[in-house]
Ligand binder design. Structure first.
Ligand code: FES
Length: 148
């Protein structure tokens, strides 16, 4: 048997519309999105976070930002603002305590260098690249894209 909507789409006018079914129990969130989907959906959310004025970070400066799930290293590389994960991939040292050397940051603990433009680990002992974060400058403000 066709539903009322199907009859309308065939050009006939139904004399009576089917009643809207009532729920026997309230609809819970887990019926709409199973709980195992919830964290995946949240991971896809993108946020542009305002972290300050671009002129506060002079070429050659870098600073650590404690935002989001992991600290971020914000640096001005020859006039370009970049953001990478602040934690060294070797043994968890904060790269903000290291030295900026051109487009590289040198880890203060064992000396591995990472390229700040693409996060690549270029020296041992670190072998894993740093996560990078997209940056946008709007009206003189630095915006970092974070996924949550
Ligand atoms: S902790 Fe950075 S190189 Fe070892």
């Amino acid at each position: 048997m066709l539903s009322a909507c199907a009859q309308v789409s065939r050009g006939t006018t139904p004399t009576t519309l089917a009643p809207i079914p009532t729920l026997k129990q309230p609809c819970t969130r887990s019926q709409i999105f199973p709980d195992e989907w919830a964290s995946d959906i949240l991971h896809m959310t993108t946020v542009w976070l305002d972290v300050g004025i671009d002129t506060d970070l002079e070429p050659g400066d870098m600073k650590r930002l404690d935002i989001g799930r992991e600290p971020v290293l914000l640096a001005n590389v020859e006039g370009t603002i970049v953001a990478v994960a602040d934690t060294c991939t070797h043994e968890d040292a904060s790269l903000s305590g290291g030295a900026l050397d051109g487009v590289f940051v040198r880890c203060p603990l064992h000396g591995s260098r990472f390229c700040l433009l693409d996060g690549k680990a270029v020296d041992d002992p670190a072998e894993i690249d740093l996560k990078t974060f997209p940056i946008r400058i709007e009206h003189g403000r630095i915006l970092i894209e974070l996924s949550r």
